[in-house]
Design a protein around this ligand. Structure first.
Ligand SMILES: Nc1ncnc2c1ncn2[C@@H]1O[C@H](COP(=O)(O)OP(=O)(O)OP(=O)(O)O)[C@@H](O)[C@H]1O
Ligand SMILES: [Mg+2]
Length: 306
């Protein structure tokens, strides 16, 4: 299904976030995107571009200072009471970057998986809860007999991230927000971990926001990609278009730094890499987002680069 033919589950409209301090920080400006059932959007940007701020606002860990969030068409922008926010969080779950920090060292894997079940599905009997716990474990590729009685320190980083994902899935969310879920893991297992997300999209219709600084991995998991810099989306569209035919100089700069994508230094974009500072400067400009093809938007900027 194309994104335009279904209504979004989660949508941001001109989201803005200013952190007030002795120097105000505009962490997000004019951020609009949609998440759809069974699809993933990659939010790609370098450190400090506003990715985690966006994730925190979407999970309602903090309110935005501007713009709107719609969940199933309903405005959920305002902070809401505790009950509302808990109900929302059971539908919009987050997987964090640091798999160790997210688990309690005093509790077994079984506890980590059965507790959210006990909280969100209080009517389940003990046996049903045990069955579901085993099922969740299998879903993320962990053998229940081997894993459920272990403690976080007895697991590898990749296994811990699997437990985190199983825990997020325990409450049957419709949206999963994964903030750099593989960046703290060994390069050799990153794709295995990303692989776990694919059936969740395909078989369970999960809508996913995949946050990463690594544009090359977007192709692996996400149908759409948004490139963010300085809190503004500079380009958004189908991932294949963004990677194969990028239009914004900043997107091209990100891609030029990924040799395996086929634009190594020395290629056409080598000049762009030499002018990286100027590319970043113009990428902060508040230009209009122009639709250059259906579903492909590029922010206008004052300079073009060969
Ligand atoms: N609580 C806060 N108070 C003040 N400024 C903040 C706060 N949280 C984030 N910022 C600022 O907002 C900007 C965006 O930060 P954010 O953590 O969203 O970036 P990020 O894209 O997730 O970066 P990284 O890739 O390093 O995780 C940064 O300039 C950061 O310093
Ligand atoms: Mg972050």
């Amino acid at each position: 299904m194309s994104p335009s033919s279904s209504s979004p589950i989660l949508e941001t409209r001109k989201l803005g976030m200013v952190f007030r301090g002795h120097r105000d920080v505009a962490a997000l400006t004019d951020v609009s995107f949609q998440l759809h059932r069974g699809r993933a959007l990659a939010l790609v940007g370098e450190s400090g571009s506003g990715k985690s701020t966006c994730a925190k606002i979407l999970t309602r860990m903090m309110p935005s200072t501007d713009g709107q969030i719609l969940f199933n068409g309903e405005d959920v922008t305002r902070p809401g009471n505790r009950k509302e926010v808990l109900a929302y969080r059971s539908q919009v779950q987050m997987v964090f970057q640091d798999p160790f920090a997210a688990l309690n060292p005093a509790h077994s894997v079984r506890h980590h998986l059965s507790r959210p079940l006990a909280l969100h599905k209080p009517n389940l009997g003990y046996g049903e809860r045990e069955d579901l716990t085993a099922e969740l474990s299998l879903m993320v590729g962990l053998d229940p007999a081997e894993t459920l009685d272990k403690y976080p320190y007895e697991l590898s980083g990749g296994q811990r991230q699997r437990v985190n994902l199983a825990r997020a899935m325990a409450v049957d969310p419709v949206v999963l927000i994964a903030d750099e879920p593989t960046s703290m893991l060994d390069v050799s297992i990153r794709l295995n971990i990303l692989d776990m997300f694919k059936p969740l999209k395909r078989d369970r219709g999960i809508a996913m926001l995949y946050i990463t600084h690594d544009i090359a991995t977007a192709r692996y998991i996400a149908e759409e990609t948004a490139v963010i810099y300085g809190g503004r989306i500079v380009e958004i569209g189908p991932t294949s278009t963004i990677i194969d035919a990028p239009r914004h100089p900043y997107t091209r700069l990100l891609l030029a730094a990924v040799p395996e994508i086929g634009r190594p230094f020395g290629s056409a974009d080598a000049g762009l890499v030499r002018e990286a500072d100027r590319v970043r400067a113009i990428s902060r400009e508040p230009g209009r987002l122009a639709e250059v093809a259906p579903g492909h938007l590029v922010r206008e900027c004052s300079a073009s680069f060969a």
